[in-house]
Design a protein around this ligand. Structure first.
Ligand SMILES: Cc1cc2nc3c(=O)[nH]c(=O)nc-3n(C[C@H](O)[C@H](O)[C@H](O)COP(=O)(O)O)c2cc1C
Length: 370
């Protein structure tokens, strides 16, 4: 069957169905002991997003601490957890407690899982369902060699049959919105293979695709090729979320207009400017935005949340990660971050930040407007 027609089958299923908020229904079903699962095929419904904006899954960054900081500016995004190893999840311990914790500010949280064993991935979906997420995302985009060597992440782009088996198993295991995050290729951007992969994902019944339009080999270098998001959007009939290099509400709107994609995922830009989703919401609704931020307070709050939501052994590394991006809000970012990197506890990091603003009080308040 030609690619296009297979992708269209999915559309027919989706548009035939009633557009209902899957999550609410699924929660209702769980509340009733899952009684309705035998009657309805829930995943045939069109997914309804609570927002057009998505926080990207970022290992060691998309923690509850960052999610809390973002939600201080309002409830404007669907959050993705950092990548969870499906096998580690099943063995319990660290993964269970820290990385899957869901808080009241995580109203719409998608757990991202990684692995390459269909049965383990499916079981991870079942376990995560107990946390009441908005959805589950399968990682087919991570280019890091220790992940790829195990056949996880972007390696699945080179093993479509296994990728299909994983999606099939996860689809059978969960009625929650199921999505896959892909790159535009492994060695190179490869439109044909990307569309073949998308067609397979549609056939296996995923609810939406997230595309980071860079091939895995280049990690995060060069600029994301948003033209590929447009090509994908025109090809599939399920929602497409575009991701890559969005740093402002203006760039989010420009990319959405150019490509027709259904949502925008933001990663690094959301660590540097956690208010970006609030700005996007205002801009998309009113055509302008005007947000004043106390950079010092936001900086210190980010560090406080690391202390509050993460275990002690992660404080230093996660604070360094956060500060690496957030420091870019100040003029002497390089020297500030160098000092932070040499600090080995949160109290020392807090003092470095506070002292920076004592020396540079004019940098405390910033206005972001368009
Ligand atoms: C430090 C870091 C960690 C990341 N970890 C993950 C991950 O665990 N899973 C994933 O799918 N993508 C991961 N990504 C990729 C992001 O989700 C996103 O695709 C990429 O950063 C491009 O979006 P951006 O330009 O908005 O940052 C990571 C990116 C960074 C910078």
């Amino acid at each position: 069957m030609p690619l296009k027609s297979r992708a269209c089958i999915r559309r027919k299923r989706a548009t035939d169905s009633v557009a209902i908020h899957c999550n609410d229904i699924i929660r209702g079903c769980f509340a009733k002991g899952g009684l309705f699962f035998s009657i309805f095929s829930l995943h045939d419904m069109t997914v309804q997003f609570p927002s057009k904006f998505f926080l990207a899954p970022m290992a060691e960054i998309s923690t509850p601490a960052l999610r809390r900081l973002i939600s201080d500016f309002g409830d404007h995004a669907v959050y993705h957890s950092e990548m969870l190893s499906a096998s580690a999840l099943l063995s319990g311990g660290f993964h269970d407690e820290t990385m899957t914790a869901r808080y009241d500010f995580d109203r719409h949280l998608v757990y991202q899982i990684a692995g390459n064993d269909p049965a383990i991935m499916a079981e991870a979906c079942r376990r995560l369902a107990d946390r009441g997420p908005f959805g589950i995302n399968i990682n087919m985009s991570c280019p890091v060699s220790r992940i790829v060597k195990k056949g996880w992440g972007a390696a699945l782009l080179n093993d479509i049959q296994r990728a299909a088996a994983i999606v099939r198993a996860c689809r059978a295991a969960t009625g929650f919105p199921l999505s896959v995050k892909v790159r535009s290729g492994f060695e190179n951007d490869d439109l044909k293979r990307m569309l073949e992969c998308a067609s397979m994902l549609c056939d296996e019944g995923i609810d939406y695709i997230i595309l980071h339009p860079r091939c895995a080999k280049i990690y995060y270098s060069r600029t994301a090729k948003w033209q590929l998001v447009k090509e994908l959007k025109q090809f599939v009939r399920i929602p497409v979320i575009g991701n890559g290099d969005i740093v402002s509400a203006e760039s989010a709107r420009q990319r959405m207009t150019e490509t027709g994609c259904d949502g925008i995922m933001i990663g690094r830009g959301a660590v540097q400017t956690p208010w970006i989703f609030a700005a996007c919401e205002e801009y998309f609704t009113h055509g302008k935005y005007d947000i004043t931020v106390n950079i010092r307070d936001c900086f210190l709050a980010g560090i406080d949340y690391i202390e509050r939501y993460l275990p002690v052994h992660l404080h230093k590394s996660r604070a360094h990660r956060f500060c690496m991006y957030f420091s870019k809000n100040v003029f002497h970012s390089h020297s500030l971050f160098t000092d932070v990197r040499n600090a080995d506890c949160l109290a020392a990091i807090r003092e470095i930040v506070a002292s920076y603003f004592r020396r540079n009080p004019h940098e405390e308040i910033k206005r972001f407007a368009e």
